[in-house]
Design a protein around this ligand. Structure first.
Ligand code: SAH
Length: 252
């Protein structure tokens, strides 16, 4: 088997493992799905940094995409979780907004066959494993026009580990999640939803933290890093716990 084939095998394996997890999460309301755009993206738009057509990668239920559509951008949103895309489409219809939402793996972005002026990412990059990161960057290059900019909002290494007690309170207090958890047939399914469930107790649960050095290394060739600045990621678990990096990276 060639190296490329091996990589593809691994990639498919990790994706098939993750799709059901996200699918289950979106049957309820996951902590990151805050029902409004992330404030960092509102600020970018207000500062005039978001230009032209926009692709939202890993768009979830579409709040950032729909906000930018409302501001007059042509917007596409891509996510591999069908329930998330369905919710995004329903919101667009309810709000009388025009945006194109598609179910697609972002590691197949090149199949879109078109480019955008701006690509936004709110909480997607930090879910990738090491082997997926360069594949994602290659796919990104295929859909951004020359001079176009990729904005990435990810959790940083400065974000404290999640507090197990806090997460437990959230899971039992939130109506949505309570309904969702009660609807689960058995605990195996819960374990499937949270593969790190055991680690949760040690406070290790949560997406991977990303360092500035990793971002710089990955976007070294063919890209210009305009800035990487400290940012916050809002979540339904309360303020102040999710420190992130907001990166602005243009394709040369
Ligand atoms: N941007 C959204 C969702 C962030 S959570 C928000 O801010 O609310 C990460 C999202 O990435 C999930 O919706 C998940 O379904 C999606 N995702 C993860 N890996 C993906 C992949 N390989 N291709 C497409 N979507 C992916």
């Amino acid at each position: 088997m060639s190296g490329v084939e091996t990589m593809r095998e691994q990639r498919e394996e990790s994706n098939t493992m993750r799709i059901p997890n996200f699918e289950l999460a979106y049957r309820g309301t996951p902590p990151w799905d805050i029902g409004r755009p992330q404030k960092e993206y509102i600020q970018l738009e207000q500062a005039g940094e978001i230009v032209g057509s926009v692709l939202d990668v890993g768009c979830g239920t579409g709040e950032n995409a729909l906000y930018l559509a409302e501001q007059g951008h042509e917007v596409w949103g891509i996510d591999f979780t069908p329930t998330a895309i369905q919710k995004a489409q329903e919101k667009a219809a309810q709000r009388h907004l025009t945006a194109t939402f598609r179910v697609l793996n972002v590691l197949e972005l090149h199949t879109l066959g078109r480019t955008f002026d701006t690509v936004i990412d709110s909480g997607l990059f930090h879910v990738f494993g090491d082997e997926e990161r360069p594949l994602f960057v290659d796919n990104l290059a295929a859909v951004i026009c020359r001079g176009g900019t990729y904005f990435m909002l990810c959790l940083s290494e400065l974000a404290p580990k999640l507090d197990y007690g806090k997460l437990k309170d959230f899971l039992s207090d939130s109506d949505n999640l309570k309904d969702f958890l009660h609807s689960l047939p058995d605990s195996d399914e819960l374990k499937d939803l949270m593969p790190n469930f055991d680690k949760l107790k040690e406070g290790e649960y949560g997406p991977r933290r990303v360092t500035q050095a990793e971002i710089k290394e990955l976007f070294r060739d063919g890209w210009r890093i305009n800035y990487i600045r400290q940012a916050t990621m809002e979540s339904r678990m309360g303020p102040g716990v999710r420190l992130g990096w907001l990166s602005s990276i243009s394709k040369e």
